[in-house]
Design a protein around this ligand. Structure first.
Ligand code: CDP
Length: 211
């Protein structure tokens, strides 16, 4: 039986982990799951149903009924959805509801690349390779501002504040806080182009797979 290949890529908002994860999945012939989309979808669905995002029980119940089609909804990439995601993501009931989904996705042949905040620590602690992708906050905010301002006018300082607040909330929560997993290589993309970051990610992952 061929062994499943699972790769965990974590890091803060707009660090480049999503693009790197997609490119890594293509490079190794694996499926890819952007786990942030699950939390974004829960936040958007709850807001649509009038469920207060602070309500752990109700948001957790909504998370249990999440459907794959919900990940295709419009608006999941907005700054508001990101903010809401980091509020519901602090609830243990929401995280528990989404855990099996993420693990089941990773366990299907030939394996998968998952990106998020707690993939290497909680979701796939036994992943064959792990990266923690980061970059300075002002560089991350500039990248996210460029993406978001394609769709609508948005101030850079608001994007920076949003990212800083979200990072602080994600790192401070008690359940599955964002942190570098044991055995994860650190990839700081502050001064890298996306091509450079992908090349370095492949180099680091090849090293872990060979080790
Ligand atoms: O794309 P970006 O890095 O801005 O965010 P994302 O990966 O879409 O995640 C949105 C929010 O979901 C994060 O700020 C976290 O609060 C939460 N999240 C999480 O708690 N655990 C994950 N594995 C993925 C996302």
């Amino acid at each position: 039986m061929t062994q499943l290949l699972t790769i965990a890529i974590d890091g803060p908002a707009a660090s480049g982990k999503g693009t790197i994860a997609r490119r890594i999945a293509a490079r190794y012939g694996l499926r890819h799951l952007d786990t942030g989309l699950l939390y974004r979808a829960v936040a958007v669905l709850c807001a649509g149903d009038g469920i207060p995002l602070a309500d752990e029980r109700a948001t957790g119940e909504r998370a249990m009924r999440l459907d794959p089609a919900d990940l295709e909804r419009d608006g999941l990439r907005s700054a508001a959805a990101g903010r809401g995601a980091s509020v519901v993501a602090a609830h243990p009931a929401v995280r528990a509801a989404l855990l099996d989904w993420q693990r089941d996705f990773a366990q299907e042949a030939p394996g998968a690349v998952l990106d998020g905040r707690d993939i290497g620590t909680v979701v796939l602690p036994k992943a064959r390779a792990k990266l923690f992708v980061t970059a300075d906050p002002d560089v991350r905010a500039a990248r996210r501002w460029r993406e978001l301002s394609k769709d609508r006018e948005i101030a850079y300082r608001d994007v920076l504040r949003d990212i800083e607040e979200r990072d602080a909330r994600d790192a401070a929560r008690t359940d599955a806080p964002m942190r570098r997993a044991e055995g994860a290589d650190l990839l700081d993309t502050t001064t890298m182009t996306i091509e450079g970051a992908v090349t370095e990610a492949i180099h680091l992952i090849d090293g872990q797979l060979a080790g």
